[in-house]
Write a protein that binds this ligand. Structure first.
Ligand code: SF4
Length: 296
């Protein structure tokens, strides 16, 4: 841990970590947050090097917002399967099929796909972003559950792209499991990520991004929470309110990709300045426009 902090100072580096990272990575990060918070932080930092502990699409977003900085990822195999469900060709195909519709893509997409859309959103601002589109029909991807959830709060018609994109981790939560826990802890509030199936969202006290969950527990009078998102979030919530009890809605909801980064890999990443994340300049320019839409 000390070696990492020393190297970080020497190299003028900053460590950004997603809320789903291992506890020890969360504890050493300069900034811990959700995709939107991390993107904003990446665009504001003065550091020369950004070490990004998250999945590759997040590090790509940091790279395209910071063309003059070095963005590193400790393990380049940390891929997001949801992002992989929407290759750029498929996004283009949908655009050709629905030329009248704007396209909004969740930040969980590869830079090549982002370059095809009008705006990038996060789970924290999907409704607002869709409402800002000019067309009545909006192509929305790659998470079909987030598309369904967003559509409930807007007058627009959303076409999921692809038809049934999903996060394999959030698919693990079930309504029955949550109801069972509710029976055991009737006083607990239920926090659910919108990537979960609609029937799980329907029984939640809060449906929201990890940042919204974090705000919620700080303000809530409850002292027990059933949490339906990746298990790493429980460590984050404990930092937000130590006195509360957090019950995982499913204790095997682990994103193995997020957990690929370890302290050792983080140290080596800083020491050897590997693995550098680059985005092709033409793709970066188009994708940056779509990301800027939501950041500005
Ligand atoms: S939790 Fe799901 S959406 Fe998030 S990085 Fe893992 S696979 Fe991708």
């Amino acid at each position: 841990m000390k070696k990492i902090l020393k190297l970080k100072k020497e190299k003028n580096a900053i460590i950004l970590a997603h809320n789903y990272q291992r506890p020890e990575i969360q504890d050493i990060a300069d900034y811990l947050g959700d995709s939107l918070g991390l993107s904003l932080h990446a665009s504001e930092t003065d550091a020369k090097i950004i070490v990004f502990c998250g999945v590759t699409f997040m590090a790509e977003t940091a790279a395209l917002l910071n063309p003059d900085k070095t963005v590193l990822i400790p393990d380049r195999n940390a891929l997001c399967p949801l992002a992989g469900m929407l290759p750029a060709e498929l996004a283009r195909m949908y655009r050709e099929k629905h030329p009248e519709a704007n396209m909004v893509l969740y930040v969980n997409t590869l830079a090549e796909a982002k370059a095809e859309c009008d705006a990038v959103c996060t789970s924290a601002n999907s409704v607002e972003t869709v409402n800002r589109m000019k067309s009545d029909t909006v192509l929305f991807g790659p998470d079909a559950n987030l598309a369904k959830y967003t559509e409930k709060f807007t007058a627009k018609h959303l076409i999921p792209v692809p038809r049934s994109g999903f996060c394999p981790v959030h698919k693990l939560f079930s309504k029955d499991d949550v109801l069972e826990l509710k029976k055991r802890y009737p006083e607990a509030e239920v926090l659910v990520h919108p990537e979960c199936d609609p029937e799980v969202c329907d029984i939640a006290d809060l449906v929201g991004s990890t940042a919204k969950m974090s705000d919620w527990v700080k303000k809530s009078n409850a002292d027990k929470f059933i949490v339906a998102t990746e298990i790493g979030m429980l460590h984050r919530l404990k930092k937000d309110r130590e006195d509360a009890v957090y019950i995982p809605a499913y204790n095997q909801a682990v994103c193995v990709n997020m957990k690929m980064h370890t302290l050792e890999k983080l140290y080596l990443s800083l020491k050897k300045e590997r693995y550098v994340v680059n985005v092709r300049p033409d793709i970066a320019t188009a994708a940056r426009k779509a990301v800027d839409f939501v950041l500005k």
